[in-house]
Design a protein around this ligand. Structure first.
Ligand code: ADP
Length: 245
C-alpha cells in the first residue's frame, strides 16, 4: 500500500501487481487470525461442543468433498471410503469436519502430484468411530512426530509446501479431538507417506478417563481426556450405530 501511495501508484501494471499481492497477504492474515482465534477459543474452555447423535459418515464425506477441487488441481487422487451402514456417534459435526479438513488439507499439501490421499472411516467394536487419513507424500522423520501437534511447529525440512503453513492446523485438530475425549496417532516414513488415525468415542460424555496408548517405534500416539466436553443435546443418550430403520 505504501508503494502504491508513491510514484508506483501511477503505473497501471504496478498497481495490478501490488493489489494482487496485497489481496493474497490479506487473505493469509485473515486465515491466520481465524486460526489463532479458533485455537484460543478452544483452549480457553469457552467453546462448548454442540454434540449431536448424527451419522459421522456425512460429516466426513462433506469435508472430503470440499477438498476435491484442490486435489484435482494438484493431480492427486482423493478417495473416501466409509461403511455401508450409518456410523452414528455423538459428535460436533462442524468441528469433526474441521479435523478431517485440516488432515486432508495437509495430506494434499505434502503429497506431490500423481500421489494418493485416502480417507477411511469405520466403526470400532465399542461403537466409536475410527477415521484414517493416509497419504503417499513426503512423510516426516521419526524425531519430529512428537512435535507436529505443537502450535507453530512447521517441520524441520525447508520445502515449498512447508513454507505456506502456520503450524496451527494440527494443534486445532488435537484440541478438537481432546474435547471429544478421543485420540490421535500418527505414523510416517520419509519419502513414503503419512497416516493419521483419529479415534472418537461413541459418546464423549460417557468417557471418564482415557489412558494414552503405548507409543511404538516410529509412532506417536497421543490421547488425553479433558474436562472440556459440554453438551447442548438432551441428556438421555439414544442408541448409537443403530441399524438403518
Ligand atoms: P501447517 O501445515 O500449517 O504448517 P500443521 O500444524 O497442520 O501446520 O502441521 C505442522 C507440520 O507437520 C507441518 O508443517 C509439516 O511439517 C508436518 N505435517 C503435517 N501433516 C503432514 C503430512 N501429511 N505429511 C508430511 N508432513 C506433515
Amino acid at each position: 500500500v505504501e508503494l502504491l501511495q508513491g510514484p508506483a501508484g501511477s503505473s497501471e501494471a504496478a498497481r495490478a501487481e501490488f493489489l494482487t499481492s496485497s489481496a493474497q497477504q490479506l487473505d493469509r492474515l485473515n486465515w491466520l487470525a481465524q486460526n489463532l482465534l479458533e485455537l484460543s477459543k478452544l483452549d480457553s474452555g469457552l467453546v462448548l461442543l454442540d454434540l449431536r447423535p448424527e451419522d459421522v459418515r456425512g460429516t466426513i464425506e462433506s469435508a472430503v468433498e470440499q477438498q476435491r477441487t484442490a486435489a484435482e488441481r494438484k493431480g492427486i487422487t482423493l478417495v473416501a471410503t466409509v461403511p455401508d451402514r450409518p456410523l452414528r456417534i455423538r459428535h460436533d459435526p462442524p468441528r469433526v469436519g474441521q479435523i478431517v479438513s485440516n488432515l486432508v488439507g495437509n495430506a494434499l499439501k505434502f503429497t506431490p502430484p500423481g500421489g494418493e490421499v485416502r480417507v477411511l472411516a469405520r466403526a470400532e467394536p465399542d461403537g466409536g468411530a475410527r477415521i484414517e487419513v493416509v497419504d503417499t507424500g513426503v512423510g516426516m522423520a521419526p524425531d519430529e512426530l512428537h512435535l507436529i501437534f505443537d502450535r507453530f511447529y512447521r517441520g524441520a525440512e525447508e520445502n515449498e509446501a512447508r513454507s505456506t503453513g502456520s503450524g496451527l492446523g494440527l494443534a486445532i485438530v488435537k484440541s478438537i479431538v481432546d474435547m471429544h475425549h478421543g485420540s490421535i496417532a500418527v505414523e510416517s516414513r520419509r519419502g513414503v507417506g503419512s497416516r493419521f488415525v483419529v479415534e472418537l468415542p461413541r459418546d464423549p460424555r460417557s468417557v471418564v478417563d482415557v489412558e494414552p496408548p503405548e507409543p511404538d517405534a516410529g509412532t506417536v500416539a497421543l490421547a488425553s481426556a479433558t474436562e472440556k466436553v459440554d453438551d447442548s443435546s438432551p441428556t438421555a443418550a439414544p442408541p448409537m450405530n443403530a441399524q438403518e430403520a
